[in-house]
Design a protein around this ligand. Sequence first.
Ligand SMILES: *Cc1c(COP(=O)(O)O)cnc(C)c1O
Length: 423
Amino acid sequence: MTLAACQALDQNDPLCVLRKLFELAPGLIYLDGNSLGALPRATAQRIEETIRLHWGRDLIKSWNSAGWFELPRRVGDKIAGLIGAEPGEVLAVDSTSINLYKALWAALQISTEGAPEKKVMLSERSNFPTDLYIAQSLCAERGLVLRLVESDELDHALDDQVAVLMLTHVNYRTGSMHDMAQWTARAHAQGALCVWDLAHSAGAVPVDLHEADADFAVGCGYKYLNGGPGAPAFVWVHPRHTDRCWQPLSGWWGHEAPFRFTPDYRPAPGIGRYQCGTQPILSLVALDAGLDTFLAAMPLGGMSALRSKSLSLTDLFMQLIHERLQGHGFEVLTPVESSRRGSQVSLSTSEGAYAIVQALIDRGVIGDFRAGDGQAYPDILRFGFCPLYLSHEDVWHAVDRLHAVVASGVWREARYARQHAVT
Ligand SMILES: *Cc1c(COP(=O)(O)O)cnc(C)c1O
């Protein structure tokens, strides 16, 4: 593979016009859009308008006149189109962790009703920690057992004691992707409900919640949806479940008529009840701008064009790692099979994963490091490939600079070993 061949791939890329919709410094190769998406050019103006006109001039009238009150639903509708949900089924609200708490609680409530023998929540030990921590506290609160297994043990561990199967669709460490329809069907066959975390899926891979017959889903606004740091997350509940129970954080925004100010709680019908309290409007506006930017890809082939490009970028990255970094101790942890991976590639290395990432960042290639557990999971170098703003040429230069960092040994300099609070 040559630089010229990479440039030729870019010549045939219908999505290459989208990069100019983002604020990205020339020469910077940003391979961390799976952790914090890049800033869309439209965002600053939208926020400024919200601050100056809606907050500054119109003040509290803006809850109606600027549609602030409806924003969690309106933004949710835009997300719905990306994950195979219908309008009116998704809310952009709270954080992923909080939404997960609400969804798991409701799933447990529904699935254990009349089935006291169901005492287990099942997930993967390699799941993202916040998912496991939320599940831990919930299981403790409800006297359930949290059963954590490795991915290849899931099938065996999914028995009729399981009330809820909690899976993250695309694993944050390895980038490997589950078959959503298959696992949902297996859970249903055991009388369990399935809660999906789409943090690394929404905007990264095609998702069809209805086709998979999923029960609950949550996901993240600041990763592939480019909503900005701490952007609101989202929650989806299958309509067959929404009205079956309250969610546990039954705040006034989830009330059927919040502005009646009645002392008793009556949940709104449908997904509206999954709101809790007043939402961060500036952050919702930023997420809305991120989604509008994302939706600019729709006339250019939409999610399937984004997926093809993402696979092309990750294929190229893996090929170049293979060709250029042989003998340097790297191993690709991400499945090669395209149906089994998301939009990232993770590498392990024999030594210096953290320092290599720091040295790369110093050379304008931003990826990240995820610590291993010293046992089953190695330290990893993680690279996300957002097809909205990356080119094949970027991938070439990223691997070229990785090669330079490793071949020169420059990563061994003491300054690259200094640990920051956020890796
Ligand atoms: C990023 C991510 C989260 C983030 O949760 P927050 O509440 O936004 O901090 C949760 N789960 C998974 C799987 C993630 O990848």
